[in-house]
Structure formats: structure tokens, C-alpha cells
Design a protein around this ligand. Sequence first.
Ligand SMILES: Nc1ncnc2c1ncn2[C@@H]1O[C@H](COP(=O)(O)OP(=O)(O)OP(=O)(O)O)[C@@H](O)[C@H]1O
Ligand SMILES: [Mg+2]
Length: 437
Amino acid sequence: MNKFTFPTATILIVDDNQNNLKVLCEAIADYGWEILVANDGESAIEQAEYAHPDLILLDIMMPGIDGFDTCVHLKSNPETCEIPIIFMTALSDTIDKVKGLSIGGVDYVTKPFHTEEVLARINVHLQLRSLNKQLEEQKLDLEKRVAARTNELSKALHELQQSQLQLVQSEKMSTLGQLVASVAHEINNPVGFITGNLSHLADYTYKIINHLQIYRRNYLEPIAEITQDAKEICLDELIKEIPDVISSMEVGIDRISNISISLRNFSRSDTSNKVEFDIHQGIDSTLMILKPRLKASKKHPEIEVIKQYGDLPLVNCYPGQLNQVFMNIISNAIDALEESVAFLERHQRNQAILTISIVTKIDDENYVSISIKDNGLGMDAEIQRRIFDQFFTTKSIGKGTGLGLSISRQIAEKHEGIISCVSNLGQGTEFTIKIPI
Ligand SMILES: Nc1ncnc2c1ncn2[C@@H]1O[C@H](COP(=O)(O)OP(=O)(O)OP(=O)(O)O)[C@@H](O)[C@H]1O
Ligand SMILES: [Mg+2]
């Protein structure tokens, strides 16, 4: 037998009989194993927990707790349950052997010992133990690798979901852009007809009125039918009202064409190159699109927009994307104001006038800075820390996807700019976007 098979194995021998201990120790002394001894069950348990032997040779008949109870105890402790136990019995009693095996023993040897047999059995079980250990290590390693791979996969899945949602979001924006562009285009032609003809109409009307006045001055007494009709149609009032009618039509058509210009500006999202862009035009057209949400409604009284525009140069940028940033931030401000109205109503407190202030200026000479501030409820520090995280939202499902600000930050970064937020609970929130000129 190769006595150096297990140079590092430790064997615990438990027996109350000193003579038996001596015989066994001598028998296996030459095999390079470390040998521990215990004289009773209690100290065997103690040593097993402390020294973690690779094998235990356990006597059955001992004063105090016997070998069976010691075995049960060792098997119930996760620290020691894996250690193989070989019972030693003086009797060749089958009942004892069966009991020993059924409570977790792996083998038995009978006294008086047959040295070769004891060594062979020890060797077999040490080998099994070592293989088991290897197997256990491989299992752990495999589990670790599976966990790492699962982790990688779920990360990839998460990224996939994120990019999908981003696609949906940008698709939404570009659909909105296309819709707005086509509406603007459709409005444009009829507005052109009206604007072009309105000035002729005014010109012709004033000429006809003038002509009529010449008649009246030169034919002081017209026939009865003419006098009668002038009276019925209230001719003098009509003539007086005509300039008002025409100028109100001019104002109206002017407004429609401004709307159409704003819509067209807003929809300039398709440009794949940077272009020189008037930031104020971008903000104004975004406000135009959001106008229905700013007006008084069931959810809130009118939201006042206070603009304080500085003297800005044109900025080289992707206009559609910057508009998207303005859209996200102003929409969030409107949401916050709506929430504050609902909150104050619930607590029966008065609401100050709802405002969104927009200030633009040149900052540090190299940046245009646009700040958008609302007087809503603001956010606490914990929420503020997370607002730029993808999918972070405090809004109900269906209302918020939690993408607006993370996309806005990406856009700002794409422009080598910065977006930041200052918010005070109960006072409001201010977002500032800085874009290099
Ligand atoms: N002006 C603001 N006042 C208070 N909280 C705000 C304000 N702007 C953003 N937040 C907070 O930041 C969160 C994230 O905003 P973000 O725009 O990224 O997502 P969202 O508005 O919830 O959803 P969506 O994807 O539809 O924009 C909001 O849910 C809200 O809690
Ligand atoms: Mg949002």
C-alpha cells in the first residue's frame, strides 16, 4: 500500500479503551496521516468541530454519550456532517452494524483489529472523501460560472430592453415631428391664399366705400329704394365696422401663420447634421405645441410662462434634439405643477399663481444657458439623486416611462453640454441646460 497517498489527511480516533487507541495508532502511524485521539463522545464532537478531520474512527460502546449518539450529533451539524465515520465495534453484531450505517456511518471495522483491513478501509474512504471534495468544489465552481453567465445574460437583456424603449421614445418623437410637419405643410397653402387675398380684399373694399361716398356727396337725394335699403342694412355702421373686421381677420391670419411657422420649426428634427439654430425659436415652438397644456383646465388654472430671453447667438446643434430636451423639461414642469395643485387641494391650502420661468443667457462666454424653473412641489434629495437614471419615474404606469430626463442628458452630452437640476422641496425645481456656442 502506498503510505503517501494522503499526506495531508487527518484522522480522528475515538475510543475509551487506551489499549485499542494504542494498537490503532501504532498500526497507522507509518502512513503519514495526522492522528488525533478522543476518549469520549463529547470531546470527539468538540475536536471534530475544531479540527475538521478527514475521517473519524468511532467506537460504539463508550461511557457518556455512545458512538451512535455522537454520530447523530456530528451528522446534524453542517460543519461536521460531511466527515466520513467508520464505526468500531467489538461485537460482530449485525444489528449494531445496520444501525451504524443507517444513521450515517460509511463503514465499520470489528475488534480485534485486522490491521491490513483497517488500513484498506481507511484508504478507500479517504479516497472517496477526497473525490467528494473535488466534486463539491467543481459543483461550486460550476454554480459560480452559471451565476456569472446568468448575470451577464440578464444585463444584456436589460440593455436590450433599454435600447428598445429608447427606440420607441425616439420613434414617438420623430412621428410627432412628421405629424407636425405635415400639419404645418397643409395649413401653409390655404393660409397663403387668405393672406395674399386679404390685402386685395381690403384694398377693393376701401375703394368701393370711397366710390359710394362720392355718389352720396354728389347725389344728395337718391330715390326712395336706395334710402330705404341704406336704412335697412344700417349702411353707415357697416362702413364704420369694415376696418375693424378686416384688421381682426389680419390678426387672425397672422396668428395662424405664426403657428404654422412654429410647427415647422419644431419638426426640424430630421436634420442629421448640425445646423445653426435660434434657441429662442426652439423654445417658442415647443411652448406653442404645449399651449393646450398650459391653458386653464380641470386639472389646473392657467400656467403663466415668464420669458426672460438674453441676447443669444445662433448655436450649432441638432435642433430637433434640443427641442426634445425643451419638450421633456417643460412637460415635466407642467406635470409637477399639476401635481402641486392636486396636493394643495387635498390639504385645502391655497395655491400661488402657477409659473414656469424661462431664462436664457450667455454663460462663461462659451456657453448658452437655458434655465427652466417651475414653482411646483419640488423633490427631496433622494429623488433628485435618481432623476437622470433611465426608467426612474415617480409617475403612475402609463403616465411616465422615466426616460425623458435620461434622454435629455444624453442629448446634452452629445452636444458636449451639461444639464443640471436644483430643487427645493415645497418651492420648485429649476433645470439648466448649457450648450457650448
Ligand atoms: N420639474 C419637476 N418637478 C418635480 N419632479 C420632477 C420634475 N422633473 C422631473 N421630476 C422627477 O423626475 C422623474 C423623472 O423624470 P423623467 O422626465 O425622466 O421621467 P417621467 O417624466 O417620469 O416619464 P417620461 O419618460 O414620460 O418623461 C419624474 O418622475 C419626477 O419624479
Ligand atoms: Mg418626463
